[in-house]
Ligand binder design. Structure first.
Ligand code: AHM
Ligand code: MG
Length: 331
């Protein structure tokens, strides 16, 4: 298909057009998403030059999760905070890399939203030039709780209103939902803009692919082992990059199921609820897929109790999630 001016839609244009359909919209989203897009361009640029600028590898410190911080984790975290920090409607920035939220302004001062993010997920893969990504979620903060601290962010009346990720892969891809389907944009380096390449993305309902770190199989609960045995007997294929954004991106486009189960010593699994599981679940559901954290338990129905909480994840094509769910229900 040839591009013409008629079908070239930028991320900015798309968000403005969506807002115009809501007479009560205040322009808040345009502000926040343009800051996220700016941060994504800047992080993408750093990722591409990381080897040249010698910012590959560990920093030597551990983050709040007790994990090795990569130099680029810290750089990406700073970039997002500096891009979002000046947006007047944001109450708090909540990062996987920071122990406590960065409070920008209280409810009384107009802080209506929190932006939650994993600045550079899968960053240990950078050493080998594998795709990594930024994951984010925009939460409209409850008016019922004062301040903009942890209690207000975790209040069940606070609502996730948008989510997305940016994949820094062979191209830079921005996948977004504002609660009305999923749209995909690709960065056109020559004009410096994210351009809409696929609207209303739908995940295929079934595909015989599972994405799981099978090396841990001996530490998975029986139900997951039984599922894997069943999948082996039923002609499944395995795909696992070890970089959640890349694995979810493939799952969204091609179908299949992405699983990060509890493991013997970590019954909560590895992935963080607020920065990884929650935004990806919204995207998957908005694309027509399903996301659960346990048998018959919709992940997004689980109320988080702490900011850095982890949660087991099974998400992807509806039929494929149901196959896993069947085994979880039997155990
Ligand atoms: P990170 O946030 O420290 O980068 O860790 C999250 C990453 C995910 O991208 C990926 O799905 C997972 O860790 C892989 O973990 P494992 O190596 O245990 O399979
Ligand atoms: Mg992560």
């Amino acid at each position: 298909m040839a591009w013409t001016d008629d079908n070239l839609t930028s991320l900015q244009t798309h968000v403005l057009a969506e807002e115009r359909e809501h007479p009560s919209a205040t322009g808040d989203f345009t502000w926040i998403l343009s800051a996220v897009a700016l941060a994504a361009k800047s992080i993408g640029n750093k990722v591409r030059k990381a080897r040249i600028e010698d910012v590959i590898g560990a920093l030597g410190d551990e983050n709040v999760q007790g994990e090795q911080q990569q130099k680029l984790d810290v750089i990406a975290n700073e970039i997002i905070k500096s891009c979002l920090g000046s947006r007047a409607n944001i109450g708090a920035l909540v990062s996987e890399e920071d122990e406590t939220p960065t409070v920008l302004r209280t409810h009384e001062d107009g802080g209506r939203y929190a932006v939650l993010f994993d600045p550079l997920d899968g960053s240990s893969n950078l050493d080998v030039s594998v795709g990594v990504g930024t994951i984010f979620s925009i939460v409209r903060l409850s008016d019922e709780v004062k301040g903009t601290g942890e209690a207000r962010i975790l209040d069940p009346r606070s609502l996730q209103v948008a989510a997305g990720y940016v994949l820094y892969g062979s191209s830079t891809v921005f996948v977004l939902t504002t609660g009305r389907g999923v749209n995909m944009f690709v960065l056109d380096q020559s004009i410096g803009a994210f351009v809409l390449v696929k609207s209303n993305l739908r995940i295929p309902p079934a595909k015989k692919i599972y994405s799981i770190n099978e090396a841990y199989v001996d530490r998975f609960p029986d139900a997951y082992r039984n599922y894997l045995n069943w999948a082996h007997d039923n002609g499944y294929s395995s795909r696992y990059i070890g970089s959640m954004v890349a694995d979810i991106h493939r799952t969204l486009l091609k179908g299949g199921v992405f699983i990060y189960p509890p493991t013997g010593d970590h019954m909560e699994g590895k992935l963080r609820y607020l920065y990884e599981a929650m935004p990806m679940s919204m995207l998957i559901e908005q694309a027509g897929g399903r996301s659960i954290s346990a048998a018959d338990t919709r992940l997004l129905d689980v109320d988080p109790t702490t900011l850095h909480q982890r949660i087991p994840v099974v998400m992807g094509s509806t039929d494929e999630v149901e196959h896993v769910n069947r085994f979880l229900s039997e155990s």
